[in-house]
Design a protein around this ligand. Structure first.
Ligand code: GMT
Length: 376
């Protein structure tokens, strides 16, 4: 099939999922065209079936805000026409589903009937999409997509609660390439580079936005390190980073917390880790937690959004109420206190990720593309 993928090219989860999906589809022989404003960070061009089309914006003195949707929908029309794409799969409703609807209308005038699949990822519904500034347009774009998918049951239910949705939302869980984590473990895991042999390693990976509660991560770690010799790796960057680093200094634990910034080597970093900490206000799914589990890392998280569908309480880690730093610290200590318990959690976490393996999830997307192309 010939598939256009529209996504954010950044380190955010939706962009990662879209990029990994596109690369896997290309590996299976489909022709995949990424349409976005930068080359997606995880995109490598090892396959001849992968293409990237940059959306360029024109400066004009009248524009206080450049009209990205216009440029994006124009680029979609050009690429669909030139490469005879059969389906556009847009990740993150804002503004991608809206731009895809416009592209579809423009293509109709040329007697070209493109199908649009929209995947909802989370904040496009929970934080931004349901805000009165965007709600009407988001609801319209969802209802006018040919197929709509959500990355968890919780996100499907939340979408139906917050919007008036006239079509069925299909749940397709996020996925991971399990082999990548196996490989990182065998080849690259030089744990000793970051912690002493008797120290445990806790890790957090995110874009340091307020929703991630990175200060909770530090407070949880502060309690853990008082009981158990340990280090904390903070991976990623974003608006909360400066505040979070300040808290580390105030607590006097700068020698135990390492800020690594954005990284393309998440699999390698996770292979060092014993416990992954994700105290988010909400996560529609929690791809970062799943990636950690695939690397054999137990997860301490909140019980919000779709996290209970990924992190199984008492098995792959523990779930706590939002903001309950004491409970999260207590649970982390419980996991880390002896080698046997830790090993058990690490093994269960890894085992649990098998159901989210790329090879199991990819066919669901292929089936969706096929079904809408057939309906032309
Ligand atoms: O929150 C992020 O890290 C980024 C955001 C995005 O859309 O790029 O992530 C959302 O999509 C991910 C992939 O489907 C999910 O794993 C995250 O849980 C979700 N984030 C939230 O719901 C806060």
């Amino acid at each position: 099939m010939k598939i256009g993928i529209v996504c954010y090219p950044t380190f955010g989860g939706s962009g990662v999922v879209a990029t990994e999906l596109g690369m896997a589809l290309a590996d299976k022989g489909h022709e995949v065209h990424f349409i976005t404003y930068n080359q997606p960070v995880r995109l490598d061009f090892i396959s001849h079936n992968l293409h990237f089309h940059e959306v360029l914006l024109e400066e004009y003195p009248l524009f206080q805000y450049q009209p990205y949707e216009l440029a994006l929908s124009t680029k979609m029309v050009d690429v669909v026409e030139k490469y005879q794409l059969e389906v556009l799969h847009v990740h993150y409703a804002i503004p991608h589903a809206y731009a895809a609807f416009m592209a579809k209308q423009m293509l109709k005038e040329k007697e070209i009937h493109i199908k649009v699949v929209t995947t909802l990822h989370g904040t496009d519904i929970t934080l931004v999409g349901s805000h009165p500034t965007y709600k009407t347009a988001v609801e319209f774009s969802i209802n006018n997509s040919d197929v709509v998918t959500a990355v968890s049951r919780n996100l499907k239910d939340t979408t139906n609660r917050l919007f008036t949705i006239k079509k069925e939302i299909k749940v397709i869980y996020n996925f991971i390439d399990i082999d990548k984590y196996e490989h990182a473990h065998k080849e690259e895991c030089k744990r000793i580079a970051l912690a002493k042999a008797d120290e445990r390693i806790l890790t957090h990976v995110s874009n340091f936005r307020p929703v991630k509660r990175t200060e909770d991560v530090i407070r949880i770690f502060n309690q853990v390190q008082q009981e158990i010799p340990s280090k904390l790796l903070m991976v990623g960057d974003g608006p909360e980073r400066a505040k979070t680093e300040q808290l580390v200094r105030e607590l006097g634990i700068s020698n135990k917390v390492i800020f690594l910034g954005n990284s393309n080597e998440v699999a390698k970093i996770l292979c060092y880790s014993d416990v992954f900490v994700l105290p988010s206000v909400t996560e529609s799914f929690g791809l970062a937690a799943l990636e950690a589990m695939a690397a054999g890392t137990a997860v301490i998280s909140t019980n919000t959004g779709g996290l209970p569908e990924v992190n199984i309480h008492g098995k792959t880690g523990f779930l706590s109420e939002l903001g309950d730093v004491d409970d999260m610290a207590k649970n982390a200590i419980l996991i880390l206190k002896d080698d046997e318990t830790l090993l058990q959690f690490k093994q269960s976490a890894k085992q649990h990720t098998k159901q989210f393996a790329l090879k199991n999830i990819l066919p669901f997307y292929e089936a969706i593309y096929k079904s809408c192309i057939v309906k032309v």
